[in-house]
Structure formats: C-alpha cells, structure tokens
Write a protein that binds this ligand. Structure first.
Ligand code: P6P
Length: 337
C-alpha cells in the first residue's frame, strides 16, 4: 500500500512517537542520522567505477575477509555521522575489531549502534544490490564506561533495527517494535518517503533462498527440507518451489519482506567449529526482529535468534528466517534429530 500524500521519515517518526511513545527524541535523532548516512552511502555506491570506489582496499576485516573500498567508506560514513550527535555511547561494526567508544570531545548518549556498513560487498563490483544493516540497543542501566560487554545483549532487547538496500531503488526498512515500515529515497527531494507500512510476510511460501553449492555440507534436517522442496508437487510438500540466491542478505531478506519466502544460511560441516557464516549482533538480530515484526519467524534451527545470549561481539550464527510456517517446519526437523 503506498500512502497518498508524501510522508517523510521525520514526520513518520514524530507521529509514531505520538502514537506509542517508542521513539523518544534521542532515538529519533539517531534514526534520522543513520538514514542520512545511508543516503551518503547510496550516493557513493551509485557512482561505482566513476567514483573510483570499486575494487578491494587491500586490507582484511576482523573476519579475515578482504575489505572492499566501499566497505571502509561506508564504515567511515556511519562513524563520522553518528559520533558527535550526543545520542550514542558507542558503536560496533563488522569492519572494526573493537568497539568504537564516542570520543570524550563529544557528549555521550544512551544508545549503542551496531552495523554491517555494507553487506553483500562481494556483489559491489558486479552491480548487484547490497545494503547497510543496523541494530540499536540501550546502554545498560547506571553503567559507568562503555565496554564490549555492554553490547552483548540478546536481540530481543533491541530498541530499533533496520536496513537500507541499495538496489534499483534505495529503500530504508525500519522497526521500533510496532511493525515494519518502508521508506523509498526520493532523489529529487533528497529525503526518504514512506512507501509501505504494516509490512506483513505471508505465513506460507513457495520460494526458498539458500546457497545450493553447499548442499553436501549441510546437516540432515536442512538437506531433508530442501530435498522435499525440490521434489515439488510429486513429493511430500505437494507443491513446486522456486529458488533465489542473491548472495546479499539484505537483498534476499528484502524480497522476503516484500513477497514472502524462506532464507537459510545454516551451519555446515566445512568449518564445524563455526555455528554459521552470518554474524549475530549486526546481521541476524536486526533481520530477525524485522522479520518477526512483519509476522515471520527467525531461528538458528534450534532456538529463536532473538533469545540467543551473545558471548562475543562478532560471533556467528546459523540463520533460518522468513515465512513462519516454513521456518517452523525446518526447526521441527532439527528437533526430530
Ligand atoms: P555465500 C555476504 O557476504 C553475506 O555475508 C550475506 O550478505 C550473504 O547472504 C552471504 O554472505 C552469501 O554467502 O557463501 O553464498 O557467498
């Protein structure tokens, strides 16, 4: 549903605050600053080769992954946009090993901001959709300084979460705990405009998203689920399935937020000591909350992602999220082990 009159992000946040009080002034400032930072990142991404921003930065991040120039640019944009506003105590990023404590030359606020500044960056150089994912937590009560432990809160304690997908449109998708709204960047006005609210994910789907090249490495519950989907109408599911895999979580999740589906990046035996590939704090948690707020479900195969108590800032997790009935089916197969 596209609202008739143009409602800006600012107006939406102010009016939402009047309705349910979930967006106090400092949080509204935080969300508007993050939105502006995403606009800047979108601008840099859209320049592509013309901006000299493609290719690698010849460095590695904490995950041991080669950093793209745009990974570093996006990270710097988010840090510089947020550090001076007085709404944050600290930040954490996929691109930084340690947390970033707001410098003493700026006032510190009550929120913590975590982000993957540019998710899906392997797609940058081939002009496929990528995005920024962010999660907002509250500083623990009467806390002294800011340390990594303050960030290690389960996803159910988030106060805001969202992503911005840089695709044919630049779209910001946001929740503060009262449903999900989508805002499309109006490049003529230079502002995000409300284009969908009360986003709902259908409970059933015929579309799954998984990297099939890893099939031989999956655990049996995932193999069983995908095998049954592949058997189509002649198999136990009695319906045909379609497959999508963009290898950019933001783009795959945005499709699911828009038309339903199930996304799986499960544990596999390539690196059995790792619970999964995706990161809990700034990929799985924000996406899991958005999906749940839109009526979907998100588990690691065994438990609700939002209930997981983190132990490390960059810990990884197995992710199964999307249409509720499909996620519950995969999760039930795990419980039958
Ligand atoms: P693979 C991107 O690098 C990412 O972290 C997610 O955005 C995406 O879903 C996944 O990895 C893709 O992984 O192994 O298919 O390249």
């Amino acid at each position: 549903m596209t609202p008739q009159k143009k409602i800006s992000l600012t107006r939406y946040l102010v009016e939402q605050q009047r309705i349910d009080g979930l967006i106090p002034g400092q949080l509204r400032l935080l969300l508007e600053v993050v939105a502006r930072a995403c606009k800047s990142i979108s601008h840099a991404v859209n320049k592509g080769a013309l901006g000299g921003v493609l290719g690698t930065a010849h460095s590695e991040n904490v995950q041991g992954e080669v950093q793209k120039k745009l990974d570093i640019i996006a990270n710097e944009v988010l840090i510089e946009a947020n550090e001076w506003g007085g709404h944050l105590a600290g930040m954490a990023s996929e691109e930084m090993d340690a947390i970033y404590v707001v410098p003493n030359r700026y006032p510190k606020g009550e929120y913590l901001l975590l982000f993957d500044p540019l998710d899906g960056s392997s797609n940058i150089d081939v002009n496929v959709s990528i995005g920024t994912i962010f999660s907002v937590l509250h500083m623990p009560e009467d806390d002294r300084g800011v340390d990594e432990g303050d960030f290690l809160q389960p996803g159910k304690r988030q106060v805001a979460a969202g992503y911005c997908v840089y695709g044919p449109q630049t779209t910001l998708v946001l929740t503060v705990g009262d449903g999900v709204a989508m805002f499309t960047l109006d490049r003529e006005q230079g502002s995000f405009v409300l284009t969908q609210e009360n986003v709902r994910i259908p409970a059933d789907t015929q579309e799954f998203a998984i990297n099939m090249s890893n099939m031989r490495h999956w655990a049996s519950p995932v193999r069983r689920y995908i095998d049954e989907c592949l058997q189509g109408r002649d198999g136990p599911r009695e319906k045909d399935f379609n497959m999508r895999w963009i290898a950019s979580m933001v783009a795959d999740v945005h499709r699911i937020m828009t038309r339903g589906g199930i996304f799986l990046y499960p544990w596999d035996k390539r690196e059995p000591g790792k619970p999964g590939k995706l990161r809990l704090m700034y990929e799985a948690n924000p996406m899991a909350w958005l999906v749940e707020q839109a009526g979907g479900a998100a588990t690691n195969g065994k438990e609700r992602i939002l209930d997981i108590q983190p132990t490390k800032l960059h810990e990884r997790v197995s992710v199964i999220l999307g249409s509720k009935n499909e996620v519950e089916r995969v999760t039930s197969y795990h419980s039958e082990l």
